[in-house]
Design a protein around this ligand. Structure first.
Ligand code: FES
Ligand SMILES: [Fe+2]
Length: 349
């Protein structure tokens, strides 16, 4: 496991809950760890290491039994949600294998707002009890999900997504924004939970998505470790939350998932009608970011020294700083102290 990939003591997005049907399992990798997430027939979820302790078969290929236990497809050993072996079919009476001593590692798992999260590392008083939530919709369920695999290390995916200066170049399009619409922006940032927040402001006039919403609006964007960005757009009584989870799969692969939640009234209530358009648009937008980091790998293969400049790359600097401070606090067993202070950043985009 790559420690530079994996921040101890945090929740990682495993999968949108809707992709995990009752009685099914899903094998995933987070930070190089093989994990199988299981939904029991009763709807509850658990997560265990996706390697059978008998002879290494991925458990995720196996079946989920009526009681929710997972059955290895090789020799039928079964494991329950506590990781405990519950059955070895080959055992005859009198054969003294103590199955209570056989188990597979488990991971804390929580499903909230329609998303399944897995906790990695040590749980203690300094680690978050629950995964991040989008604001003002406690029972909110995802309306739209777009997920893409980026062939890069998580750091490049994170700083690529928070980077304000690439928009006019990577996302240039006549219907979105163009290099000619570049202007100076000043945004206030404040410290927030394990990260920072671009304080509520009127969104950029040259951003296409906001144009279709109509009416007065504000947007607030928060970022927190391990790689969670939450954008909250308010227009009149409507609220749209976009949670983007950047999850390390392994050292060279990162899963980027954008999940839209909304509560709409007035004109924005028409948004579901344009859902296919929004899905296409989000896919294309994320795809542009993905293509950019893929091309970037060509240069990164030479391991060049990189620059982070003020103020356009300040958020990227903060990300590395926060990551470092979090890792140190975890290693020392103390509370994380956020190094960010209120700052106004200026850039042209
Ligand atoms: S490898 Fe899983 S039961 Fe044998
Ligand atoms: Fe982008």
């Amino acid at each position: 496991m790559d420690t530079n990939l994996f921040l101890d003591g945090l929740w990682y997005l495993a999968t949108p809950g809707a992709r995990l049907k009752p009685g099914r399992s899903l094998g995933i990798s987070i930070a190089g760890l093989p994990i199988v997430v299981v939904r029991r027939p009763d709807g509850s979820v658990y997560a265990v290491r996706d390697i059978c302790p008998h002879r290494g078969m991925p458990l995720s290929i196996g079946a989920i039994k009526d009681d929710g236990d997972i059955e290895c497809p090789y020799h039928g050993w079964r494991f329950n949600g506590s990781g405990q072996c519950s059955m070895i079919p080959s055992l005859c009476e009198g054969q003294d294998v103590d199955i209570s001593k056989i188990s597979v590692a488990t991971y804390p798992v929580t499903e909230q707002q329609g998303l399944v999260w897995v906790f990695l590392g040590v749980r203690d008083e300094h680690s978050p009890d629950l995964p991040p939530m989008v604001p003002d919709m406690p029972d909110g369920l995802p309306q739209l999900i777009e997920s893409q695999t980026f062939a890069c290390h998580i750091d490049h995916a994170v700083i690529g997504l928070m980077d304000p200066a690439h928009g006019p170049f990577v996302h240039a399009a006549w219907w979105w924004r163009t290099a000619r619409s570049i202007h100076t922006k000043a945004k206030k940032f404040v410290p927030s939970t394990r990260g920072f927040t671009m304080a509520s402001h009127a969104p950029s006039s040259n951003s296409g998505f906001y144009k279709i919403l109509g009416g007065p609006k504000t947007t607030e964007i928060s970022f927190q470790l391990p790689g969670i960005r939450i954008e909250t757009i308010r227009a009149g009584k409507s609220i749209i939350n976009i949670l983007t989870a950047v999850t390390p799969v392994d050292a060279k692969t990162t899963q980027v998932t954008s999940i839209f939640f909304w509560k709409l009234s007035g004109l924005p209530a028409l948004l579901p009608v344009v859902k296919p358009l929004l899905a296409w648009f989000t896919g294309r937008f994320l795809g542009q970011d993905r293509d950019a980091v893929v091309l970037q790998q060509i240069g990164l293969a030479y391991d060049p020294k990189l620059m982070l400049i003020n103020d356009a790359d300040t958020q990227a600097r903060w990300y590395f700083q926060i990551k470092h401070m979090w890792s140190r606090a975890r290693a020392d067993g103390r509370a994380f102290v956020n190094p960010i202070t209120e700052t106004t950043l200026r850039w042209r985009s």
